[in-house]
Design a protein around this ligand. Structure first.
Ligand code: SAM
Length: 245
């Protein structure tokens, strides 16, 4: 029976592919990949010869229909992104949505994902967390988004490119205050490391470092209970009461 398999791929260390991922990639009739050249290297490494087609930002609508037709005919299709879990700051979500809308099965394989590894390795509370992904590039938009997140008590997770890391760390310090931050760098790779400290400490580390590689920023949630939005309604209600009486 036809299905869409969402298959996570390694975020650095090739040993993080799962046995099940390899089986699905081998037996699928076609693999839809964010970048076929990139995925070709992965397939070559594991001696997988399943045909590839591209599925990315610019052809996704057209591809969704083609893939949907194949699944309807009983084919198993795998979707992968360049690294980690498809649909997490990567293409995939619209395809999943299209398959669900057609009442066809979507099977998601668990596997490598940078945000979850960074969260657990940060040592910050993992009970409640909020994955944001990439903040907007423009300073104003970035500040606006950070203000929106400011009162959340959940641990906050961001992806960031090495080119914007310093700027983003400064914005985090300016907008959220001197919170605890953990930076996970080059997860699963040879130079994997965690930089843990206050926003000020982490910013000064970044200013003294040649920032190469891939980074996840994990930020402590708000510890200011009063600032939670859910508490504010009470104040406005009491004002209304005064007017009444
Ligand atoms: N789909 C991927 C996942 O499941 O993690 C994320 C893709 S997103 C386009 C790429 C971003 O993820 C990078 O800019 C970086 O912030 C983060 N990332 C990916 N691999 C990483 C690694 N090995 N170490 C640290 N961060 C990583």
């Amino acid at each position: 029976n036809g299905a869409l398999y969402v298959v996570p791929t390694p975020i650095g260390n090739l040993e993080d592919i799962t046995y099940r991922a390899l089986t699905v990639l081998k037996t699928a009739s076609i693999i839809a990949a964010e970048d076929t050249r990139n995925t070709k290297k992965l397939l070559n490494h594991f001696e997988i010869t399943t045909p590839l087609i591209s599925y990315h930002e610019h052809n996704k609508m057209e591809r969704e229909n083609q893939l949907l037709e194949k699944i309807k005919r009983g084919e198993s299709i795998a979707v992968v992104s360049d690294a980690g879990m498809p649909a997490i700051s990567d293409p995939g979500y619209e395809l999943v949505q299209a398959i669900i809308a057609a009442d066809l099965p979507v099977i998601v394989l668990p596997g490598a994902n940078a945000a979850l590894a960074a969260l657990v390795g940060s040592g910050l509370p993992s009970t409640e967390f909020y994955f944001y992904g990439f903040l907007p590039r423009k300073k104003k938009d970035k500040e606006k988004e950070l203000n929106r997140l400011k009162s959340m008590q959940a641990t906050l997770l961001f992806y960031e490119s090495p080119y914007r890391l310093k700027e983003t760390l400064k914005a985090l310090k300016d907008q959220l205050g001197n919170r605890r931050i953990s930076i996970a760098r080059e997860l699963t790779k040879r130079f994997e490391e965690y930089i843990r400290g206050t926003a000020e400490e982490v910013e000064s580390w970044a200013n003294d470092t040649n920032l190469k590689g891939e980074f996840v920023i994990v930020v402590e949630g708000s510890t200011d209970v009063e600032s939670e939005e859910s508490n504010n309604w009470w104040e406005s209600i009491s004002i209304v009461d005064h007017i009444h009486y």
